[in-house]
Design a protein around this ligand. Structure first.
Ligand code: DGT
Ligand code: MG
Length: 547
């Protein structure tokens, strides 16, 4: 059995309630709940002492605790923002951080554990232990998990000190056990489980639905086979489950019942899309739709500014109510947008004309969904950005990129102008519309290639020494350049057109890096150059479009 990993699961205590307490510290000493519609979706731990449970009806909760204070929690903005702060903080411990909902994170700390073990520091267990530790496995997992408890403690302390939030941690050699064990001691606590106690923990679950991967539907399927508890599953005839679920799913489910879970912690990175939606009281006029969408856009831009990436695609969601058939349907449409609409330094605010352009785009999407010449009833509108350009330099932190920071910033906004303005409308042809796509953020090849050309301008001084060469000029200069080695010490040359004096001031390793980068880009450029020679005049545009 593989016990090589160390996984920490962090779950914030009464998350929405803690965020509300940050906004209003007076709530800390009072029983209060967060309300969405007619439900208390969570409450602080003082309220829980009265028996208030998650998703309890307000009326029921008030009976249990007449003094219960209720805070509206429909607007998720603050919860989302704090949630990302927690994830960012955890990303300092490992690049493998997987978000689960807004208040849970899995962190694979295996690498950090092995580093700490190599340092030879004394190991101690922090927090609670589940099960018997008199005969632990001798594969090394015991020490690794002990170090895991120290790391979990560090994380929790940091979350408390920097964000003023408490949380619970579970430490185990897989995700399933880490998640399950973390909730054994709540709030503001942590628990570790060693592999020898995995089966005991699984058997302690009072029903199958407590296993995170077994949802309602699967639980029902198993229940139909008279498999109702974890022990039923452990003792069941594997062939029968295989017949019902297929070999892969059957093995997964069967393994889970023994606490076996090989699933990796998948790095979540930034969210794939940033969006908001609002249910509304039946809108039936285009003017009202536009007004509502404008409000949504302005709220959405605040989220975009917090995220820091530049939107490339906008998605509109509309829920329509069909009076005749008494059914609601949701439809979405999305299209590319011109990234030059955004001011990179102030993403939360569009200029009036750019806001109008974007609104025109959004309204065109609207008319793709709703036939505005016929009566309609809209009950929900949503806006999201689903593809993004990274802000320059966040992705690539090579020395050259560092040196050319300001020029690259300029290039990001200009690329789109060069490539698309005046020729491509904000909305692409209808073939590019997609229904419900789960768009992945993707790098912009155009940006990379073009900005690399521009980038070198800063470091590699042009032969002509033009004060402000056009991008075409810079590109041509780069493509036509040939290096004349001036310093052959350790095979490092000062790249041609570079400022030799500056170059010689640099440490050797940095000189080497620049030289290597230059050589690489030269080879790429030469390949491009031969293509360019074959192309028509105004070749930089062709070059960009081609790539
Ligand atoms: P905990 O972890 O038991 O101390 O309490 P919470 O409040 O952190 O609960 P958790 O971790 O299950 O969920 C995190 C947040 O998600 C919670 O503060 C409110 C929200 N939430 C939980 N369950 C529901 C639900 O069924 N519906 C809605 N709309 N939100 C929920
Ligand atoms: Mg929680």
């Amino acid at each position: 059995m593989d016990h090589s990993r160390t996984i920490v699961h962090i779950d914030l205590d009464c998350f929405y309630a803690q965020v509300e307490e940050l906004k209003n510290t007076e709530l800390k000493t009072l029983p209060f709940g967060v309300q969405q519609q007619n439900f208390v979706i969570t409450s602080n731990y003082i309220a829980r002492e009265y028996g208030i449970k998650k998703c309890m009806l307000i009326s029921e909760a008030k009976k249990l605790c007449p003094n219960l204070i209720l805070v509206r929690g429909e607007d998720l903005h603050d919860y989302r923002q704090i949630s990302y702060k927690v994830t960012s903080l955890l990303q300092k411990y490992s690049h493998l951080v997987e978000r689960l909902g807004l208040d849970e994170n899995f962190i694979d700390v295996s690498k950090l554990v092995s580093e700490r073990l190599q340092n030879g520091a004394e190991i101690s267990i922090v927090g609670n232990i589940f099960g018997d530790i008199s005969s632990l496995c001798d594969c090394g997992c015991s020490d690794r998990l002990k170090v895991g408890t120290e790391i979990a403690q560090d994380m929790r302390e940091q979350i408390k000190n920097e964000l003023n939030l408490t949380c619970c941690a579970g430490i185990a050699h897989n995700k399933l056990l880490a998640k399950l064990i973390g909730s054994k001691h709540k709030p503001d606590n942590q628990t570790v489980i060693f592999p020898n106690s995995a089966v005991e923990l699984m058997l302690s679950l009072n029903n199958l639905s407590k296993i995170p991967s077994i949802g309602l539907a699967l639980g029902k399927q198993l229940s139909n086979m008279n498999i109702k508890s974890v022990s039923d599953l452990q003792e069941s005839d594997f062939l029968k489950i295989k017949k019902l679920l297929g070999p892969e799913k059957a093995k997964t489910v069967y393994d889970l019942s023994f606490g076996i879970d090989p699933s990796p912690v998948k790095s979540s990175g930034k969210p794939q899309s940033i969006g908001i939606e609002d249910a509304c009281k039946s809108i039936s006029a285009e003017k009202e739709v536009k007004e509502k969408l404008k409000q949504l856009l302005n709220r959405l831009l605040i989220l975009v500014a917090e995220d820091g990436r530049i939107p490339k695609t906008v998605k509109l969601t509309v829920r329509k109510f069909d009076k005749n058939n008494k059914v609601s349907t949701r439809e979405t449409r999305q299209c590319n947008i011109n990234t030059s609409l955004f001011d990179i330094k102030s993403l939360s605010k569009l200029s009036e004309s750019n806001e109008n352009k974007l609104m025109t785009t959004i309204m065109r999407l609207f008319t793709k969904i709703v036939k505005t010449d016929k009566p309609y009833l809209i009950t929900l509108l949503g806006l999201a950005f689903t593809k993004f350009l990274e802000k320059p330099n966040e992705k690539n932190s090579t020395l050259t990129n560092f040196l050319i920071k300001d020029i690259e910033v300029q290039s990001v906004t200009n690329i789109e102008n060069l490539t698309f303005s005046n020729t491509t409308p904000d909305i692409l042809p209808s073939t590019s519309y997609v229904e419900n796509p789960e768009a992945e953020p993707e790098p912009s090849p155009k940006k990379c290639k073009f900005s690399n050309l521009i980038a070198k301008k800063r470091f590699f001084k042009e032969q002509d020494d033009c004060a402000s060469p056009s991008k075409l000029k810079v590109a041509e200069l780069r493509l036509n350049s040939t290096e004349k080695p001036t310093d052959t010490n350790q095979n490092i040359c000062c790249p041609p057109n570079a400022n030799k004096e500056v170059f010689q001031e640099l440490p050797k390793d940095i000189q080497q890096e620049l030289w290597e980068e230059y050589k690489q880009s030269r080879d790429t450029d030469r390949a491009c150059s031969s293509n360019l020679k074959k192309s028509k005049p105004n070749s930089i545009l062709n070059y960009l479009v081609k790539h």
